[in-house]
Design a protein around this ligand. Structure first.
Ligand SMILES: [Zn+2]
Length: 249
C-alpha cells in the first residue's frame, strides 16, 4: 500500500495556504503519526519506494502488509511537521516536488527550498519529481511535456547530486502518451492516485496510491485497509486506469 499525503499541519494553522494549494488534503501531525503507528500495530511494515520498485523489477509483487509513505507538491509543512515524525519512527518516505521555485532568484515560503530538500536527503528520504510547474500533463504538447519531465529531473539532479528515478503525475492525470514520455525521460517508476490496488510489474508507471482519512476508523477506511477488500477494489481502480490511458488530448 502506497500512502499519499499533501499537507501536514496542526489544527487551525493554515500557514498562508489556501484551497488552491489543495489545503483540503490536510492531516494534523497527530493524525499522521496515528496512521503510521496504527498501521505498524496492524502488522504493516514500512519500506522505501525505491525498494518496492527494485522488488517489482525482480518480479515480486507488492506484499499485502507492506506500506510506503509518499508526499506530493513539496510543501514546507512536510519538512516542518512530517519529517520529525518519520525520523522518530524510523520510517522512510518519498517526496515528490515541483522545481520551478528552485530556480535562482525565486523564493517561495510555502514550498521546500534547497536547504529543506537537502535535509530530507540527509535524513535518508527520497526526492522524486512532480514536474516543474504542476500542469495537467495530458493537455501539454510534446515539447512542453518533455520540458516538464526531463527539465524537473535535471533540476533535482543538479541540486541534489544524485539520480532522480521516481515521478508522480500532477493531479494524477495521465494518458498513454504521457506515460511514454515519462519512460523516455528516464524515470524508472511513476505514481498515480487511482486508489487502492496491489502493485506489480503491470503498474510500475502508474503505481496505485491511497489517501486515508484522518480517523482511519470510518467504514470506508476499514474496507480500504483490508487486504481482502483491496483485491476486490482492484477491478474498479483498473477501470479508472484504462479510462485514463485511452484519454485523448
Ligand atoms: Zn500535486
Amino acid at each position: 500500500m502506497i500512502l499519499l499525503y499533501h499537507h501536514i499541519l496542526p489544527e487551525g494553522d493554515a500557514a498562508g495556504l489556501s484551497d488552491e494549494d489543495g489545503l483540503f488534503f490536510r492531516h494534523s501531525p497527530e493524525a499522521f503519526r496515528f496512521h503510521l503507528e496504527e498501521l505498524q500495530r496492524r502488522g504493516y511494515r514500512f519500506g522505501s519506494l525505491d525498494g518496492l520498485v527494485r522488488q517489482i523489477d525482480d518480479g515480486i509483487a507488492e506484499d499485502e502488509r507492506s506500506a510506503f509513505v509518499t508526499f506530493d507538491d513539496g510543501w514546507r509543512n512536510q519538512y516542518e511537521h512530517a519529517l520529525p515524525i518519520l525520523r522518530a519512527l524510523g520510517i522512510p518516505a518519498t517526496f515528490f516536488v515541483t522545481t520551478d521555485h528552485l530556480r535562482k532568484g525565486v523564493s517561495c515560503t510555502k514550498r521546500m527550498g534547497p536547504a529543506e530538500l537537502g535535509a530530507l536527503v540527509d535524513a535518508g528520504m527520497t526526492i522524486g519529481s512532480h514536474t516543474r510547474t504542476h500542469p495537467d500533463l495530458v493537455r501539454l504538447d510534446d515539447t512542453r511535456l518533455e520540458e516538464e519531465l526531463r527539465g524537473s529531473r535535471q533540476d533535482l539532479e543538479d541540486l541534489l547530486g544524485r539520480p532522480v528515478t521516481l515521478f508522480a503525475y500532477p493531479g494524477g492525470s495521465l494518458s498513454a502518451r504521457v506515460v511514454r514520455a515519462v519512460r523516455r525521460a528516464g524515470y524508472e517508476a511513476a505514481c498515480s492516485s487511482f486508489g487502492p490496488a496491489r502493485n506489480d510489474a503491470t503498474s510500475i508507471f502508474w503505481l496505485y496510491r491511497d489517501v486515508i482519512s484522518a480517523s482511519m476508523q470510518s467504514p470506508r477506511d476499514r474496507y480500504r485497509l483490508s487486504p481482502v477488500a483491496r483485491q476486490l477494489l482492484t477491478f474498479r481502480v483498473e477501470r479508472r486506469l484504462r479510462a485514463s490511458l485511452h484519454r485523448r488530448a
